[in-house]
Write a protein that binds this ligand. Sequence first.
Ligand code: ACO
Length: 369
Amino acid sequence: MTKTATAAVLTATPSAPGLDDVIAAETRLSHVDGQAGELIIAGHRLADLAASSFEEVLALLWRDFLPEPMDAAAIRIALGKARQKTFDLMQPLLPGLRGLSPVEALRLLLSALPDDARAPHAVLAVAAVPVFTAAITRHAKGLAPVPPDASRGHSEDFLRMLRNEQSAPDKVRALDTYLVTVSDHGLNASTFTARVIASTKAGMFSSVVGGLCALKGPLHGGAPGPVLDMLDAIGSERNILPWLEDSLARGERLMGFGHRIYRVRDPRADVLKGAVAALQDGSGRIAFAARVEAEALRLLKEKKPLRPLETNVEFYTALVLEAVGFPRDSFTNVFAAGRMAGWTGHVLEQEQTGRLIRPQSRYIGVMPD
Ligand code: ACO
């Protein structure tokens, strides 16, 4: 085709800002059906995976891509060793975190991991996020980091490094369910970013740091903190209805509701609602949140009849992470701890099967005379 003909074809091709509905990758890792409200991860419905450990889900996501096959038990051992390794790498960098937000601090620490590391990169990346997140949270309070214990499961050790004490089994289970629930979700913005970088053969850590940078934005991984802000602002039973009505009348969005892909209830919301209900924390927080949710759903139906707006993953994420003991400014980092499973899987898949991702742009500027 001549140059002029190519330009004409490109001009005629409809552009898709936001890439809505564009298929930009083929993957065996996960599938999101927004009409049916279904999430399939590595061949399993989320509801069926919810009782699995995070290590079991990692084994599913990585099974076709690791140089040596690893089952969940082998992954648990490898993650323990890799937590220790990343803890040692992190120590000298901690003074440099001053003044950074938790997610900026995580970005800095992850960037320090070399793309040519010898251990399986995916294992190191997944191991690193809890080690760094716990240390960042403690560092902000002037507390020393707690070294990992390689003999423990990943979620159990995450909470132990955060709180410097053993957490109750129901809290460990709730965190594990959370990490499984957010482990992968199709070609979301951060996963796409990681795949674009991986497609240039830049390497694992460059790719997942890019994923984290995309996750950081308030339109992607930044919503669960504001859900708690909303619950705090409502404050009491009798304020639920007036607060929600005022907020909607001002044209504001209710945090934890609506989704770009799901037109029905986000299946992750139900899994996390179950996880938080199992905690029975006795504070009344969860029952209060459920009443806010019911009222919000009723009002959204009434005020926005043409747009199905249902509860999304972030509403119950906020409650799970608060109940297991994370401060709200660390929620995006905990999201990254789970989503690292998917990012690493997609990077490995892209490296193995993909092609350089290089779309076109439509020039709308001035042409030379
Ligand atoms: N509360 C009130 N109204 C809403 C909400 C909401 N949470 N979400 C969408 N709407 C309304 C919009 O105001 C708009 O109404 P209008 O047509 O009368 O102007 C209509 O629904 C369509 O809105 P869009 O912006 O086209 O919806 P989109 O699909 O692009 O938005 C998003 C998805 C960003 C998640 C949105 O629902 C939102 O802002 N929700 C609140 C923030 C939140 O919970 N984010 C976490 C999402 S989950 C995740 O990213 C992991």
